[in-house]
Design a protein around this ligand. Structure first.
Ligand SMILES: [Zn+2]
Length: 447
């Protein structure tokens, strides 16, 4: 009984702490606010998870003030991942003609599918999802597209698969979807049960026949229609991109995983020339990046070598923010910092580099800064107006009930609580539960 009473008291105080900070009272955050076309020294005020004002001057009547001088970016949107696999370390098994080839490779089955089955058998899938979310949020994502199983609790970050955002994903081969299932999925788009349908299409080498055939099969199954999102699209050419654009469809680009598995990736310049909106996402951590920041940095290095001078840091920022919001169908809520939108922010340090001409330290511009960041450079990540990850000192000050974790050598903290705010999950306990089941657990961050 006493034990029960104590847990009720802890629960009440936890709810009070978290709701009093941001959910109900106005909070104002200061920093250099970065949007697609500007970076300004401003205060962003938010309440009940929504941005209520943006001003140059310090607002007079907020309850909480968080005065930082770093960059305030919109929360990054990860438009494609398989988050419950992200407990498993990276696997590098060489190159393959298409995704169906590595999925039956004995080494892949042993290194990836075997530990994955252990998670399921030991009933730690929700823990695995949570660990995957931690890995994602330390890299600045506040929303993720991933197939969550139906009973998965709502955890750290916004999930694009859940009812609220009306997005569905089909991960199997397009030619194996039965006509009955295809017509059900298409009906969801027509009657607006779904706003977006995500398909893995043409994930393989451009010269591979299976890879080449999939986009046409998508059309035959009557999925060349508004709201359909093509993940990968490696074999698509200019005419296909015209089809994507003219039918109101979108693309998700996962360069790191594509290049690891196939040595090739989407023809990004041709897709953009056709006017297609493209988002960038890691796919998963097994063959892709640990998180969005990592994927953005990878993309920048790849693009600057493959297409020198063609893409700017701002273009890459857009693919993770406003364009990702369009691809996800959440552009009214997320993807930029504007009054009325959700209070999801990535607040980071301003990094410096040595200028070769002046021989003095210079700040990166805010877009380039984003491409240089590691998870330890994050000051705070806000989801729905609440800090959930960040620098240990800041988190201790604003969210005292958050739990400690080491990210590389840095002391950081994360807030993990149940959906109803009733209890807090200790990060070390979460990690230990996974370690007790898996022979080897992926570190939080594998650069
Ligand atoms: Zn995928």
């Amino acid at each position: 009984m006493l034990k029960h009473l104590v847990s009720v008291l802890i629960a009440l105080s936890a709810t009070f702490n978290s709701s009093s900070f941001a959910q109900d009272s106005p909070c104002s955050l200061h920093g250099i606010v970065v949007t697609s076309d500007a970076a300004k020294d401003e205060w962003v005020t938010f309440q009940k998870g929504k941005i209520t004002a943006i001003s140059a001057d310090k607002p007079a009547n907020s309850t909480n003030y968080i005065e930082l001088d770093g960059y305030v970016y919109p929360g990054l949107i990860d438009t494609h991942n398989h988050i419950h696999y992200n407990t498993i370390p990276q696997w590098n098994g060489g190159q393959f003609p298409n995704r169906y080839a590595w999925q039956i490779e004995p080494e892949y089955l042993e290194k990836v599918e075997f530990p994955f089955s252990r998670q399921v058998d030991n009933k730690i899938t929700n823990d695995a999802i949570l660990y995957g979310e931690v890995r994602s949020i330390i890299g600045g994502a506040t929303m993720i597209q991933s197939n969550y199983h139906e009973s998965a609790p709502k955890q750290l970050i916004r999930n694009l698969d859940l009812g609220e955002y009306h997005a569905e994903a089909s991960t199997g081969p397009i030619d194996k979807i039965s006509d009955v299932d295809a017509s059900k999925l298409a009906q969801h788009l027509s009657d607006h049960t779904s706003n977006r349908l995500f398909f893995h299409i043409a994930e393989g080498k451009k010269e591979d026949a299976t890879t080449q055939a999939e986009f046409a099969i998508l059309g035959k199954k009557k999925f060349w229609k508004p709201g359909v999102v093509v993940i990968h699209g490696i074999a698509l050419g200019p005419n296909d991109f015209q089809t994507v654009k003219s039918n109101g469809m979108y693309l998700v680009w996962s360069p790191r995983s594509n290049l690891r598995l196939y040595g090739q990736t989407l023809d990004l310049p041709a897709a953009l020339d056709a006017g297609v909106t493209v988002a960038i996402a890691p796919d998963w951590t097994i063959t892709g990046s640990s998180n969005m920041l990592d994927e953005l940095r990878f993309a920048n290095n790849f693009l600057s070598k493959r297409y020198p001078g063609k893409f700017t840091a701002q273009n890459i920022f857009d693919m993770a923010t406003k364009n990702a919001a369009l691809v996800a169908g959440v552009e009214k809520q997320l993807g930029s910092i504007e009054v009325g939108k959700c209070a999801d922010f990535l607040v980071t340090k301003k990094l410096k580099h040595l200028d070769k001409v002046s021989n003095q330290d210079q700040l990166y511009d805010p877009y380039t800064n984003l491409l240089k960041l590691a998870p330890a450079d994050v000051e705070l990540v806000f989801v729905n107006g609440r800090p959930v990850y960040g620098d240990s000192k800041l988190m201790t000050r604003y969210v005292p009930n958050s739990s400690s974790l080491k990210v590389g050598a840095a002391d950081m903290k994360i807030l993990i609580e149940n959906e109803d705010g009733s209890d807090h999950i200790n990060y070390t306990q979460l990690e230990n539960r996974i370690k007790s089941v898996l022979p080897s657990v992926a570190p939080l961050y594998e650069p």
